[in-house]
Design a binder for this molecule. Structure first.
Ligand code: SF4
Ligand code: SF4
Length: 750
C-alpha cells in the first residue's frame, strides 16, 4: 500500500478523474487584536464533476469558510489566499483561476457557474418581497430573459414538488420552512449553475422534511447534471447521499475518501472518534463515546498535528510534524493526515460488522419492561386528558368571524415518575413543547388536569393545596432551554447566576458554603478550574459550557422534574453524548426526572435507553405511541413512528434502507384544521376509509411489552379497519420514492 506525505502524490491520487474545481493551499485569515486567526488553513481538495461530496465538520471547524471560498465570497476583513481553479468544460486543461477574476467575471461566475444554498431560507429571502420578485431580480441582475427564466423556475419548483403558482405568488412567511428551503434551492438553480454549494441546507428542518429534501437533492443532481458540495455537521445525514466524504478538523481537511470506506474503516483517529460519538439508532449505546477535549481556537492551533492534544495515539512525532496526506487505500482516492493511520483501527475499534443489527434485534425482542425505571410508585407529575387550545389572533377580522383555534395539545395523558425519563418526539408544531410546558406548570391547560403528587397544580395556585404549595411546585418543576443563552443573564457572571437559586432556596447556606457548592458542581461537570469559570460571563463560555451552567442552575433548586427542551440540539454532534451523559449523572445525584424534548430520534434513543426511560411520539397534539426505546426504535407500531424511524439518518453503510417513503405527504396538515378521524390519515400509507371517520383510542401494542401503547387501528386484531377499503392513492396524494409528493394532488398539499 502506498504511504505518502507529499502533495504531489495527493495530486496524482485525487486528480485522476474529471475535476471541476481544484483547491490548493487555500487559506482564510482574519487579523485580530490577539493575533492572526486562520479559519481555513492551507486546504487542498479536488471536486469531481457530477459527484456529491460531503464536507463534514463541527462548528468552528472552517466548513462555512470553505464554502464561501469556493465562491470567492469571503467577507471583509477576511483574506482569502491560495489557488482555486474552476474547469467549466470537461477536459479543459487550463481552467480559470477564480481569485484572478475581475468584477464582471466574478459576477458571472457566482450563481451562473457556482451557486450556493444557505441554511435558514427565511433569512435568505427578503420578507417584504414575493418569492417571484426574488427570481425576477436574480434573472435581471444576470441579464437573463425573465420570461424564459420564470418558466424554468416553474419547472424546477415542480421538480421540487411545489405548486409553482402558489409559491411564486407567496411572501416567504406564507410558506412552511420546508417549502421556503425548496424555493431557495430552486432560486439557486434558476441560472443553471454547474456546481451547487449547500451549506447546512436542511439543518433547520424536521426529520421528515430533511430526509425528503436529501432524496430530492439526489434527484436534482441527476436531472440537472450538477456537482454538489454538501456542507454539514451531521455525518449520518450526508452519508446517505455523498459519493465521497471529507472531514474538517481545526480548519484543515484531515481525511477524505469514498463514503463507504470512511464509514466502514476511517483511518484518521478524529474521524473514528467522531463516528463513535455520533448518536444513532443502530450502534450499541455503550459504544457511543464523546470526543474528549475541545477543538482549538483559530488563533492558537497546536503545532504539529492539530489533533494531538485530544488524540489517544499522539506521540512526539505528532507534536513535532504536521502530517501531510497519507494515501491509505490502494484505490488512490482515500487520504488521511495522520502519521499513525495504520494503527488507528486497532487503537480505536469501531463496532464489529453486523453487531449493531444483531444487537438491535436482540433489544427489540426483550419481552418485558423488567429492568426499566421503576414506575411502580405514584407519579410525580400526572397529566390527564390534557388540552391546550390557543385562539389565534386574527386582528380586525375577528370582528366578523370566530377566531381560529389551534389544538396544540389534545387529549394527552401521561405520568412521569420519580427518576423517570420521558422523551417527547415529533415534528415542529406537534405540540411537544406545549405539552412539556403545561406539564411543568408554565402553561395553563384549557382542559384536563396536571397534577403534582396527586394535587391539581392550578387549584393549588388559586386556592392553596393540602400537602404542597405553589412555591414548592415552582421550585420542583424546572426548565432547561435549547438555547442556554436565553436562561442565563448575559450581564451576570457564572457565580452570580448560580448563587441566585441557592440564596433563594437554601437560606441556611452562608456565602462560603454557596461558593464551595458552586465550585464542586462546576468541577463535577468538567468546568475546571472552577475558580476561573465562576468569574466568566456567558459570552465567554462555549455553547456546551453555557448548557452545563444552565443545567446545574436548574439542579441547584433540587427539582423533581426538569423539562429539558431540545437541550442538546444546538450542540455539536461530538458533544451531544457527553451532555446527555452529564444529565444522566446529575439525575443520579439529584434524583430528578426528565421530560426531554427532541426532534431527533437518535438523541431520544440514547438518553431513554441509557436510563430505562420511554419515548412518546406526538402528532398534531396527540400522543400516538409511547413505549420503551427498544420497541419504539426497532419495532414501531404506529405508521407515523415508522416514518420518523425511516427518516432518521443511519451510519451503517451495510444497512439496506427503504428508498420508498412510508408517508403520503411531506408537509404536516394545518393544526387549526386537523384532519377528521385519525389525524394521521392524510399522510398515512396504511390509511383506510374507517380512518377518515373514526378516531382511534389508545391500545396496547401487540408486542407483549407492558408500557408500549399506541393509537392505530392496526394494533387491534379484530377491528373493522381490516375490512375497510384502503384510501385511494390519488385522493390524498401519494409520495414517490424520493420521499416527495408524486402527483399534483400532493403538490397542492404543500
Ligand atoms: S498525527 Fe498523531 S496526533 Fe495526529 S491524528 Fe495521527 S496519531 Fe493522532
Ligand atoms: S388509524 Fe389508520 S390512518 Fe391512523 S395511523 Fe392507523 S392506519 Fe394510519
Amino acid at each position: 500500500m502506498t504511504v505518502s506525505q507529499s502533495n504531489s502524490e495527493y495530486d496524482r491520487g485525487v486528480s485522476g478523474g474529471d475535476t471541476i474545481m481544484k483547491v490548493r493551499d487555500t487559506s482564510v485569515t482574519f487579523d485580530m487584536d490577539r493575533g492572526e486567526s486562520r479559519v481555513l488553513d492551507s486546504v487542498d481538495m479536488d471536486i469531481q464533476r457530477n459527484e456529491i461530496i460531503g464536507v463534514v465538520g463541527e462548528s468552528g471547524s472552517g466548513k462555512s469558510m470553505f464554502a464561501s471560498a469556493l465562491l470567492d465570497a469571503i467577507v471583509d476583513p477576511g483574506q482569502l489566499s491560495g489557488d482555486i481553479t474552476y474547469y467549466p468544460e470537461s477536459g479543459d486543461a487550463e481552467g480559470q483561476d477564480i481569485l484572478e477574476f475581475d468584477k464582471e467575471e466574478r459576477r458571472q461566475y457566482r450563481w451562473e457557474e457556482v451557486s450556493m444554498v444557505f441554511q435558514g431560507a427565511m433569512s435568505s429571502f427578503n420578507p417584504v418581497r414575493k418569492i417571484e420578485t426574488h427570481f425576477i431580480e436574480t434573472l435581471t441582475a444576470h441579464d437573463e430573459n425573465v420570461e424564459e427564466g420564470l418558466e424554468r423556475a416553474r419547472e424546477i419548483l415542480r421538480d421540487l414538488y411545489l405548486d409553482p403558482d402558489r409559491v411564486l405568488e407567496s411572501y416567504p412567511h406564507e410558506l412552511s420552512g420546508g417549502m421556503t428551503q425548496r424555493a431557495l434551492i430552486a432560486l439557486s438553480l434558476v441560472l443553471e449553475p454547474e456546481v451547487l454549494v449547500m451549506d447546512e441546507p436542511t439543518a433547520a428542518l424536521d426529520l421528515l422534511m430533511q430526509r425528503s429534501i436529501i432524496s430530492l437533492i439526489r434527484d436534482l443532481k441527476e436531472r440537472y447534471d450538477l456537482t454538489i458540495v454538501f456542507i454539514t455537521h451531521d455525518l449520518p445525514l450526508v452519508a446517505d447521499i455523498a459519493d465521497r466524504i471529507s472531514v474538517l478538523y481545526a480548519f484543515e481537511f484531515i481525511e477524505i475518501g469514498p463514503t463507504n470506506e470512511i464509514l466502514e474503516d476511517a483511518k484518521h483517529p478524529y474521524t473514528r472518534l467522531l463516528l463513535k460519538s455520533t448518536p444513532n439508532l443502530g450502534s450499541p449505546i455503550e459504544d457511543m463515546r464523546p470526543v474528549e477535549g475541545s477543538a482549538p481556537d483559530p488563533v492558537n492551533v497546536p503545532e504539529g498535528c492539530s489533533f494531538h492534544p485530544r488524540c489517544p495515539l499522539a506521540d512526539e512525532q505528532c507534536v513535532a510534524e504536521n502530517p501531510g496526506p497519507y494515501e491509505v487505500s490502494g484505490g488512490g482516492d482515500h487520504f488521511a493526515h495522520c502519521h499513525h493511520w495504520e494503527d488507528a483501527s486497532d487503537a480505536i475499534p469501531m463496532m464489529e460488522e453486523g453487531a449493531n443489527r444483531a444487537d438491535a434485534d436482540e433489544r427489540a425482542d426483550r419481552p418485558s419492561t423488567a429492568g426499566y425505571g421503576d414506575r411502580s410508585g405514584d407519579p410525580v407529575v400526572s397529566v390527564d386528558d390534557l388540552e391546550v387550545h390557543f385562539e389565534e389572533d386574527t386582528g380586525f377580522l375577528s370582528f366578523f368571524s370566530d377566531p381560529d383555534v389551534v389544538k396544540a395539545v389534545d387529549g394527552v395523558s401521561l405520568d412521569v415518575y420519580e427518576k423517570d425519563v420521558v422523551v417527547l418526539v415529533g415534528e415542529s408544531g406537534c405540540g411537544k413543547t406545549t405539552l412539556g410546558k403545561t406539564a411543568v406548570g408554565l402553561q395553563e391547560p384549557t382542559g384536563g388536569s396536571v397534577k403534582f403528587h396527586g394535587e391539581d397544580i392550578w387549584d393549588v395556585k388559586r386556592s392553596g393545596g393540602e400537602d404542597v404549595n405553589w412555591g414548592q411546585i415552582r421550585r420542583s418543576l424546572q426548565i432547561v432551554h435549547q438555547d442556554p443563552g436565553s436562561s442565563l443573564n448575559p450581564h451576570r457572571r457564572v457565580k452570580a447566576s448560580l448563587e441566585e437559586p441557592l440564596r433563594r432556596w437554601n437560606k441556611d447556606l452562608d456565602g462560603n458554603d454557596r461558593r464551595q457548592r458552586i465550585l464542586s458542581l462546576l468541577t463535577h461537570v468538567g468546568m475546571t478550574p472552577p475558580e476561573d469559570y465562576i468569574e466568566r460571563y456567558p459570552h465567554q463560555l462555549s455553547g456546551g459550557e453555557q448548557q452545563r451552567v444552565a443545567l446545574i442552575r436548574s439542579m441547584m433548586m433540587n427539582p423533581e422534574v426538569i423539562l429539558a427542551d431540545e437541550p442538546v440540539s444546538a450542540l455539536d454532534v461530538s458533544l451531544r453524548v457527553e451532555m446527555m451523559d452529564l444529565m444522566i449523572q446529575l439525575q443520579e445525584m439529584f434524583g430528578t426526572s426528565y421530560l426531554f424534548i427532541s426532534h431527533d430520534l437518535s438523541n431520544a434513543r440514547y438518553i431513554s435507553e441509557k436510563t430505562g426511560g420511554r419515548i412518546g411520539v406526538l402528532y398534531l397534539g396527540e400522543l400516538v405511541e409511547i413505549g420503551p426505546p427498544e420497541q419504539i426504535i426497532q419495532n414501531p407500531q404506529h405508521p407515523y413512528t415508522q416514518a420518523l424511524r425511516w427518516a432518521t439518518p443511519e451510519l451503517n453503510p451495510q444497512e439496506e434502507r427503504a428508498t420508498e417513503a412510508p408517508i403520503r405527504k411531506i408537509d404536516i396538515p394545518d393544526p387549526k384544521n386537523p384532519p377528521s378521524g385519525c389525524r394521521y390519515h392524510t399522510r398515512c400509507p396504511e390509511a383506510r376509509e374507517v380512518c377518515k371517520e373514526q378516531k382511534p383510542e389508545t391500545y396496547d401494542a401487540p408486542t407483549n411489552v407492558e408500557s408500549h401503547q399506541g393509537t392505530c387501528f392496526r394494533m387491534v386484531d379484530d377491528h373493522e379497519y381490516w375490512e375497510s377499503e384502503p384510501l385511494p392513492e390519488g385522493e390524498e396524494g401519494t409520495l414517490g420514492d424520493s420521499g416527495s409528493a408524486g402527483d399534483e394532488g400532493t403538490a397542492t398539499g404543500d
